[in-house]
Design a protein around this ligand. Structure first.
Ligand SMILES: Nc1nc2c(c(=O)[nH]1)N[C@H]1C(S)=C(S)[C@@H](COP(=O)(O)O)O[C@H]1N2
Ligand SMILES: [Mo]
Length: 549
């Protein structure tokens, strides 16, 4: 325990105090509806205000695992602040308490940005956090301030020359012990006080972890509505499938190959929301306004009373790396976007359609793209025959064939604003991403996996390729930089969907490089010139290395 000196003890005390304050906030947020979680609020604030330069780091934060990692990181930073606070508290308890108040006030301020937050309840929660933080801090700091143990006194007595002169009456004291009776008590504390700090601090820390976890669990439960299965309208009007495009028989089904239709539970998720927005379908509405002839607002029932269509569309994320899996294909059910836009009457001066989510996130896309009758952009309420899962935008989202998600696929959509590109920049644009972003032609090798060892002989090389909504006409592979060879394609469902491709490779032993490229419906061959995802999508061929035994 020699390393657990006065400095470490104070740091421990401060970290536990801040942890307890944070846990109080999480627990209250879980227990009381409309009390926002300060942790989520601060994390969300950082996500929203991120500087443009941070885009490379932060865009990767939006996967589910990354959201967790990001919050753990924020907790660690808070605990480090707490550790510093503990040392401050030893000298200036008043200043330390003020910092705790400032800390919780910052969480409170951030939480006011949450649409459903109740300011009154949030003030109450912040006050409770501050009180818990200050109380724990003061109690633990008292325990942390180095006690005079009998053993220590003896040692000091044996080596008086090594010790600098002490203040007071020859009794060693630590600065900050001035605080009246606490100091006096500590002065005569037996040597188990160090253990008392560990026991009290440890108990509070464990209690905080439990309280925080319970709070978060309750929060996730109450805030994410479970949609009733099967309660979406059925679509009498499928967006026409080409002859032969039967999903059941189209799938090439090779071991490890991505299915043509990705099940909802496997579908990639990307968004800036740290907690899934709760939307009540009964009170949800969609407002269409801006450069329109007449502003309209539709309830959910009014929306789904309009003609319903079914359509397979492949959506993709602009931050997907070459070979990455932030892309998927699903059957979407909903109302054609133009049906609703025509009810409002889009004015000719509008060149941008902005989709706005209940959490304030926005996308912006060209009006021209949406109005082009060769495609059927939609307000989707169903995904693969089920209501949209909460993480995919329940109760309604936009699906626009051919555009990356960040400029089109608004989840939890509640507003459609007709405006101009000159007038308005949607969420990701000031953060360094392109204002207009059609999905680039891409292809991916799913099997074999990169770095795999396979047996010599016939090896199935397979994957997917997409170019919504130009379509895919050809996918080729080449081995070790040789000639490009054609692959077998699944029957395309539509130009807006991906295809699977399969190549029967006769593998010979040794190390091999496999490369893929696609050709889109316009006849353009996928470029081999690599680019980063920012600002408008990653380019280049997916390549893998395999060993053949
Ligand atoms: N409300 C909201 N909608 C959003 C986003 C978001 O952050 N918030 N992200 C967009 C991005 S970047 C992508 S790639 C798609 C992903 O949709 P999915 O999670 O259903 O796959 O949603 C889009 N819609
Ligand atoms: Mo995205």
């Amino acid at each position: 325990m020699r390393s657990f000196g006065p400095g470490s003890r104070l740091a421990f005390a401060g970290a536990v105090a801040i942890g307890a304050a944070l846990a109080t906030g999480e627990l209250l947020a879980g227990l009381l509806p409309d009390v926002p979680s300060p942790l989520i609020a601060v994390a969300q604030f950082i996500v929203d205000i991120q500087p443009a330069g941070a885009k490379e780091i932060v865009v990767g934060l939006f996967g589910t695992a990354d959201k967790l990692a990001f919050q753990v990181f924020i907790i660690l930073v808070a605990l480090i602040i707490g550790a510093v606070l503990g040392r401050v508290a030893a000298k200036r308890p008043d200043v330390a308490s003020a910092i705790v108040v400032a800390f919780t006030a910052a969480g409170f301020a951030a939480s006011l940005r949450e649409p459903a937050a109740s300011a009154v309840l949030a003030v109450f929660a912040a006050a409770a956090e501050a009180l818990v933080g200050i109380f724990v801090l003061r109690r633990l700091v008292v325990l942390a301030i180095e006690p005079v143990t009998p053993g220590r006194v003896v040692r000091d007595a044996q080596r008086p020359a090594e010790r600098p002169p002490q203040r007071g009456e020859g009794r060693p004291r630590v600065k900050g012990q001035q605080r009246g009776n606490g100091a006096a008590k500590r002065g005569s504390m037996p040597d188990w006080s160090r253990r008392a700090l560990l026991q009290a601090g440890g108990a509070i820390a464990i209690g905080s972890v439990f309280a925080g976890a319970i709070g978060r669990m309750l929060l996730e439960q109450t805030r994410a509505p479970a949609p009733v299965a099967g309660d979406i309208p059925t679509a009498p009007l499928p967006v026409a499938l080409p002859p032969g495009a039967d999903i059941a028989t189209a799938d090439l089904t090779a071991e490890g190959l991505t299915p043509i239709v990705v099940p909802n539970t496997d579908f990639y998720r990307i968004d800036t929301a740290l907690i899934v927005p709760t939307v009540d379908r009964a009170t949800w509405s969609l407002r269409v306004f801006g450069l329109v002839d007449r502003e309209i607002t539709l309830t959910y029932d009014e929306l789904v009373a309009l003609p319903i269509v079914d359509q397979y569309v492949t959506i993709a994320c602009v931050s997907n790396e070459v070979g990455g899996n932030l892309v998927g294909n699903a059957k979407w059910t909903g109302v054609p976007l133009r049906t609703v836009l025509d009810m409002a009457g889009v004015q000719s001066t509008a060149d941008q359609l902005v989709g706005r989510s209940v959490d304030g996130f926005t996308v912006g896309m060209p009006v021209e793209w949406v109005m082009d009758t060769s495609r059927v952009p939609m307000i989707a309420v169903g995904m693969n025959g089920d209501p949209l899962p909460p993480v995919h935008g329940y109760p309604a989202r936009l699906i626009v064939p051919g555009l990356y998600g960040y400029v089109s696929a608004t989840k939890w959509v509640t507003e459609l604003e007709l405006t101009t590109f000159a007038q308005y920049e949607a969420f990701w644009v000031p953060r360094g991403w392109a204002q207009k972003a059609p999905i680039l032609t891409q292809s991916r090798i799913d099997v074999p996996q990169s770095g795999a060892t396979v047996q010599a002989g016939h090896v199935a090389v397979a994957g997917v390729a997409w170019a919504p909504d130009r379509g895919i006409t050809k996918v080729e592979v080449r081995i070790d930089g040789g000639d490009w060879a054609a692959t077998k394609l699944s029957t395309p469902i539509s130009k807006a969907t991906w295809v699977q491709w399969l190549y029967d490779w006769t593998a010979t032993s040794g190390q091999h490089l496999i490369e893929v490229r696609a050709t889109d419906g316009a006849g353009d061959v996928q470029t081999d010139q690599q680019t980063d995802p920012a600002p408008d999508g990653a380019r280049g061929h997916h390549q893998i290395q395999v060993s053949v035994a």
